[in-house]
Write a protein that binds this ligand. Structure first.
Ligand SMILES: *Cc1c(COP(=O)(O)O)cnc(C)c1O
Length: 365
């Protein structure tokens, strides 16, 4: 039986073992663990890759979103419009900034439905926070247009979408800022937690550099009390190594996605592929009725699948802080019952991809 685990991080380490071990040795001998040149090098290279002036390494993407809101003075009394079909961190960052998340429904691309944006805007709205879920960019042109008309900030949750493009531009370069995750389960990942925020705004950049580092403007002078959320040097060194291979990895993600897409389109609902966007397929999500039965069948065949995410944020107990009552999010709620993520990572073998396709098709036919 061809087994298909949902992740296999050891394989990527093996492929980079020599370079990563060397980076660890070099850092360790210098004792350069925090704010070493590796961090600055990664920030410069990452900004260039995304197409922004600046990038700021942070502890994780959740802090990236949170610190961005702090730096933009978004907090108590403010509303941030976002989606409920996301990892809970999207809502958590807004709550921890002291603001109120307003959830609107998503479209068939699993992302913010721009048609629902304008009715959700109130005098308290400060920002729109679209999520590029599954690594597929949200429909940014109408989102940016509406934001401009209403003088709202756009903060991109690009945690799942490093390298994804919208009309030729990489996500994270479209709003005032974009937050990326380097968590082990994300496409560009390190060996622990990590994150990075991109921006073209020089003021935001300067403020973020302080917000992640105790509010210090230099070694000794502190402008305001802030947080300690820097990207560790060892993680920055790992990210530097991985960044050199990101395009290669992305191509493989996309190749596997197309094998799934072509192989499964007759049996299940496959992702929509809008022409103006290039997704990086952090997840490959299908939709089926009676999902649990399919999951159990695949499990019995040695194929591991997951659900991203079974409980939308607005239905979490934690979301009661937003005092939203019962928001009307029919598409989000319907999708939460039908979505299923198939294994996808660059190290997956063609034979494994074919096994997944064959088993699902056999199940339905
Ligand atoms: C992973 C993820 C985050 C949080 O990233 P961390 O680096 O783990 O904090 C936020 N939003 C989305 C959509 C994510 O997938």
């Amino acid at each position: 039986m061809v087994k298909v685990p949902f992740v296999n991080l050891g394989l990527q380490f093996e492929a980079h073992e020599q370079a990563l071990t060397e980076a660890f040795r070099s850092l360790s001998k210098r004792g350069a663990y925090v704010m070493s040149p590796e961090l600055e090098e990664f920030e410069k290279r990452f900004a260039a890759y995304i197409g922004t002036e600046f990038a700021v390494g942070v502890g994780n993407a959740t802090d990236g979103l949170f610190l961005t809101m702090k730096a933009l003075n978004i907090g108590a009394g403010d509303e941030v419009i976002t989606v409920s079909n996301s990892f809970i961190a999207t809502g958590g960052a807004i709550a921890n900034a002291g603001a109120r998340a307003i959830f609107i429904d998503v479209g068939e691309d699993y992302n913010m439905d721009p048609d629902l944006l304008e009715p959700a805007i109130t005098p308290r709205t400060r920002a729109i926070l679209p999520v590029h879920l599954t690594g597929m960019p949200a429909d940014m042109t109408p989102i940016l247009e509406i934001a401009k008309r209403h003088e709202l900030l756009v903060i991109e949750d690009a945690a799942q979408a490093v390298g994804a493009k919208y009309e030729g531009k990489r996500v994270g370069s479209l709003g005032i800022a974009g937050a990326f995750s380097l968590h082990p389960l994300k496409n560009l990942h390190v060996q622990g937690d990590g994150g990075v925020v991109t921006t073209n705004d020089a003021t935001l950049y300067r403020e973020l550099m302080k917000w992640r580092n105790h509010g210090l403007k230099n070694r000794d002078e502190c402008d305001f009390f802030a947080y300690n959320s820097r990207l560790d040097s060892i993680q920055a060194a790992i990210a530097n190594e991985k960044l050199s291979y990101l395009d290669q990895y992305t191509e493989r993600f996309q190749e596997i996605a197309m094998r799934y897409w072509n192989g499964l389109k007759g049996s299940v609902e496959v992702p929509v592929l809008p022409e103006n966007r290039e997704g990086v397929f952090h997840n490959f999500v299908i939709q089926v009725n009676e999902r649990e039965a399919l999951m159990a069948f695949l499990e019995s065949e040695g194929i591991e699948t997951k659900i991203h995410y079974p409980i939308p944020i607005h239905q979490q107990k934690a979301a009661q802080v937003f005092e939203l009552g019962t928001p009307h999010l029919p598409v989000t709620e319907k999708q939460a019952k039908r979505i299923l993520s198939l294994p996808i990572y660059p190290e997956l073998k063609d034979e494994q991809v074919k096994t997944v396709v064959d088993k699902i098709n056999r199940y339905f036919n």
